[in-house]
Design a protein around this ligand. Sequence first.
Ligand SMILES: [Zn+2]
Length: 276
Amino acid sequence: MALVPGDLQEVAPGVRRLVAPNPGRMTGPGTNTYLIGVHRVVILDPGPAIDVHIDRLTEAVAGAVVEAIAVTHTHLDHSPAAGPLARALGAPRVGLRPRWPDHQDPGFVPDQLAIDGLVLQTDAGPLVSIETPGHASNHVCWWLRSLGMIFTGDHILGTTSPVISPPDGDLAAYLRSLERLTTVEATHLAPAHGPLLAEPERVIDALLRHRRAREARVLECLSKLAPSRLDALLVEVYRDVDHGLHDVARHSLLAHLLKLRDEGRVLLDHEHWSLR
Ligand SMILES: [Zn+2]
């Protein structure tokens, strides 16, 4: 199924996906907004506040009871449409408050907090929140047990490995959150960008291996270059990554270094990193 903005597609019985018209380098084909349930609906990750997208969502839920406008986190491509939709549909906004409000949606104020284990009712089955900090400190995944589906937001993406941007992003927390998802029974992952993913265990295992390999590369480069500034290290560690992506990779490298520092394995002194 192609991901085309404005095209409402049923991805599982009672679960529809509408791609927002915000394609880009960080958003892929655009943000996936999910409508979970048909007559009793939760709108998940309503996306950016773009009129045509909000209108399309409002049309799609006409005649249904909207239980909640829920979010996985409050980055700008996920939650800004929550306010206008909540007002238009008379539904509560459900999510967690951002801990570091910079670069987040300042307008998102939850009416109900998506604390771990919160249940939202839909006619496709109950939807349960799973706190998964890492990509963002206020990230939650949502589990639709009846269909074996986890809505993974930006914690697990359809095509790329998520960016971890400190201080709100935290790599150690991210890895713990990934491991936690392996204990949740599911057959499919529904990310906020890109297509549905089958075989969750294989997907999560690949992500964990990718991060471990990158960490090993960080340590190997440090053993050669240390003491090294972040930017010198960046060029070496991400040799395999297109130069145009280095500004994004810089965040992930810092996330790796901060994790290693917290573990007592590297040192930061006057902006120079070295092995401990
Ligand atoms: Zn995000």
